[in-house]
Design a protein around this ligand. Structure first.
Ligand code: BG6
Length: 485
């Protein structure tokens, strides 16, 4: 198979916060990889902007170092790196202070090319950046801006941010990144559902017993404890990434794969989410071990009640999903790094076989990372002469095996999303109303445990989370799938 790389239009991309962690780890190495793949055209330019007092040569050195650190060795071609660096400029701008730098930035922008501005900075600076871009005539009605989470910490702050951006830009110009939507397998969810006839007739509460969505990480919050402690797993992961996954599983088929058609359907799912009762939520914090600090030390807040793990049972109140619960869980310092969606089908209405013990339900597992792929468990006859005994076998499809070399060329989430910004395709970005609806569902859940003063339960690093999370499933006669790579 030959992968098709279609070059994007010529662009000027300004990255505010260009010397920061996200830019160094993801944005700039990602742009290099797109350049290497031939998707970023030779005339395009990337302009770094940050408070750091650097000149263009200094910025190029910083980007070269970032490529050395974050791009795999087989992609580091010295001639291509040198060619990529030629496309970079830098201006020193402190968005919170004065006018310095803005005129230089304006001088670098070219007419007749796509203009995009990536706000890789604290949300408190969004307003000032947007204002200055307009005041200096740098942004116009065609320009695009890219913003990142945390997009607010509740409905009120998200609304305020949306209003700030809306006073300078149209919704069609605003690209709110949820990097989970840029993951290859996440998009594959839509292909699996809407490009096959096989699943859709069964895709409802008549045939699906329950859905499990797991995003498990092995890392703790070390290094970002002060940010994380104001956030917690609910705000950091569920309100955005897990909810997006849930939407893609639960939504109705859009009439077309078009940005607003897709986002309209996701919005309907979010609006149908029921409030979650206290008993359907389990929160946890990882314990210290003999050799490693626990959450309370990592967060540098010995009284913290912030959760590094959360499991919850969620209901989508509509015709399709009435009575099919969605169990969500995510946490840090768990047994393995493993993200998957498992759709467990119901039992056949009547069994003609006596082998009740051998019988297992059909489960469709979509593995998001690592080892991306799909696995459908089906029942067959156990081979041999032992009578009609049943056994479960997997129909396993690893994308790496099925796609061969092409799998290695799959762009990472940021690369794909930045190229979508240049192409002007908002399908994989959150719309303002979608984001607000997500907060409207999240807020009362958080307010509930804050009002009760609930403390998260401890769990051991390397485990599957707090014991109580097991109960959340057991009491419904179900069990979590094992967390494994
Ligand atoms: C980020 C969260 O959005 O997603 C982090 O802020 C988390 O806490 C990360 O570790 C997980 O992303 P990925 O792509 O590694 O699954």
């Amino acid at each position: 198979m030959v992968s098709r790389v279609i070059p994007v239009e010529v662009f000027d991309l300004v990255i505010f916060g260009a010397t920061g962690d996200l830019a160094r780890r993801k944005i700039l190495p990602g742009l290099y990889r797109r350049f290497l793949a031939g998707q970023m055209t030779a005339e395009s330019r990337i302009i770094g902007a940050a408070r750091t007092d650097l000149d263009t040569a200094g910025f190029r050195k910083l980007v070269q170092d970032a490529i050395e650190e974050f791009v795999s060795a087989d992609r580091r071609d010295p001639a291509m790196i040198a060619a990529f660096l030629e496309h970079l400029d830098y201006v020193s701008i402190d968005a919170s202070k004065g006018e310095a730098g803005w005129t230089s930035l304006n001088g670098l922008m070219r007419a007749g090319v796509v203009r995009a501005f990536y706000f890789s900075v604290a949300p408190s600076l969004f307003g000032e950046l947007a204002e200055k871009l307009h005041a200096h005539g740098i942004a116009d009605g065609q320009s695009r801006i890219v913003v990142e989470k945390p997009f607010g910490r509740d409905l009120a702050t998200a609304r305020a941010l949306n209003a700030t951006l809306a006073s300078h830009f149209e919704e069609s110009q605003i690209y709110r990144i949820d990097h989970y939507l840029g993951k290859e397998t996440v998009q594959n969810l839509m292909a699996v559902r809407f490009a096959n006839i096989l699943f859709e007739p069964l895709w409802n509460s008549q045939f699906i017993d329950h859905v499990q969505i797991t995003v498990a990480e092995t890392v703790g919050v070390e290094g970002r404890g002060s940010y994380y402690d104001k956030s917690g797993a609910m705000r950091d992961m569920v309100q955005n990434h897990l909810m997006q996954l849930l939407c893609l599983i639960a939504m109705e088929p859009p009439y077309h794969f078009d940005p607003n058609a897709v986002r309209d359907e996701k919005l309907k799912v979010i609006r149908a989410l029921q409030p979650v009762p206290h008993d359907d939520i389990v929160r946890g914090q990882y314990n210290p071990t003999k050799t490693a600090p626990g959450y309370l030390e990592d967060s540098e807040n010995p009284d913290s009640r912030t959760e590094s793990y959360i499991a919850l049972k969620v209901h989508v109140a509509n015709w399709r999903w009435k009575n099919t619960p969605f169990y969500l869980r995510t946490g840090k310092k768990l047994r393995a790094r493993a993200s998957e969606i498992a759709i467990t089908f119901k039992e056949p209405p009547h069994s003609i076989f006596d082998d009740a013990e051998g019988w297992r339900e059909n489960v469709l597992v979509i593995r998001l990372q690592p080892n991306e792929g799909m696995n459908l468990t089906v029942m067959i006859k156990e081979p041999g002469p032992g009578g009609m005994r049943l056994m479960q076998v997997p129909l396993d499809m690893s994308f790496a095996e099925a796609l061969g070399e092409e799998a290695a060329d799959i762009p990472d989430a940021y690369e794909r999303l930045i190229m979508d910004v240049i192409r002007g395709n908002q399908t994989l970005f959150m719309r303002g109303d979608e984001l607000e609806a997500a907060w409207a569902w999240t807020d009362p859940i958080i307010q509930g445990w804050e009002a009760r003063g609930d403390k998260p339960k401890g769990y051991d690093p390397g485990s599957s989370g707090p014991e109580d999370a097991l109960m959340l499933m057991h009491r419904d006669g179900r069990r979590w799938r094992e967390i494994k790579e």
